[in-house]
Write a protein of this length. Structure first.
Length: 213
């Protein structure tokens, strides 16, 4: 069976970039509903962008320690959104909306990822990111050897990925999916179509190598 590594492109703020991400092959589009992020979009803006997505491309609404009211407002505006919790959210906070979610873990040598993952048994994916200031979107690669072999949730490899390193990341980690923001940008929140295409091609190259094993 040929595994197709799913691709999430995060931090979209412009229609043209969203359309280019879809055309490049993104399976999911991340919309950052965290006001301190340079990639922040309001719920209204996120809904405008999400309405452009064709079938089978998932809008991901990303939160950092958000109030339940904001999450509920986003779900009203984007009913098919996959939630992503990227702050210090407890298992109870992640479960409260009773909706599918990704749980981000900010990886560093002191973090017990197995214990962390076991606290979120209902997560649809565990997004493994580098530990950066500002919670995420830092463009920093973490030590992939810190990832335990058998986490109890589908792994979304994230953190400083680009066309230059994602093939290696897929071959070494064999994640369910990969996630990128900085690595396909010319400025924070401003994506580059060529970089997105090259990123997706590099993921497909890894999948082809794995299929040939
Ligand atoms: O993207 C942001 O600005 C951001 C801000 C605060 C929390 C999370 C954020 N992004 C979350 C993502 O899923 C990013 O894609 C992930 O952190 C990887 O970013 P990058 O290393 O720049 O590819």
């Amino acid at each position: 069976m040929t595994h197709r590594t799913r691709i999430k492109i995060c931090g979209l703020t412009r229609e043209a970039d969203l359309d280019a991400a879809v055309e490049a092959g993104a399976d999911a589009i991340g919309l950052v509903l965290y006001e301190r992020s340079p990639r922040y979009v309001s719920v209204e803006r996120a809904a405008e962008l999400a309405r452009r997505l064709p079938a089978f491309v998932t809008p991901v609404c990303l939160f950092v320690n958000a109030a339940p009211a904001l999450i509920e407002e986003a779900l009203q505006a984007i009913p098919n959104a996959l939630l992503q919790f990227h702050g210090d959210e407890t298992p109870e906070a992640c479960a409260l909306p009773r909706r599918p979610f990704l749980r981000a873990a900010r990886v560093s040598p002191g973090v017990d990822l197995l214990d962390f993952a076991r606290q979120y048994p209902h997560a649809q994916g565990l997004l493994l990111d580098a530990h950066v200031e500002g919670y995420g979107g830092g463009g920093k690669v973490f030590d992939w050897s810190l990832i335990p072999p058998a986490l109890p949730a589908p792994v979304v490899l994230s953190g400083g990925l680009s066309a230059a390193n994602v093939t290696d990341g897929v071959l070494r980690v064999r994640p369910w999916a990969v996630d990128v923001s900085s690595g396909v940008e010319v400025a924070k929140g401003i994506k580059d179509a060529a970089l997105m295409h090259r990123f997706c091609e590099a993921v497909r190259a890894a999948d082809a190598q794995l299929a040939a094993l």
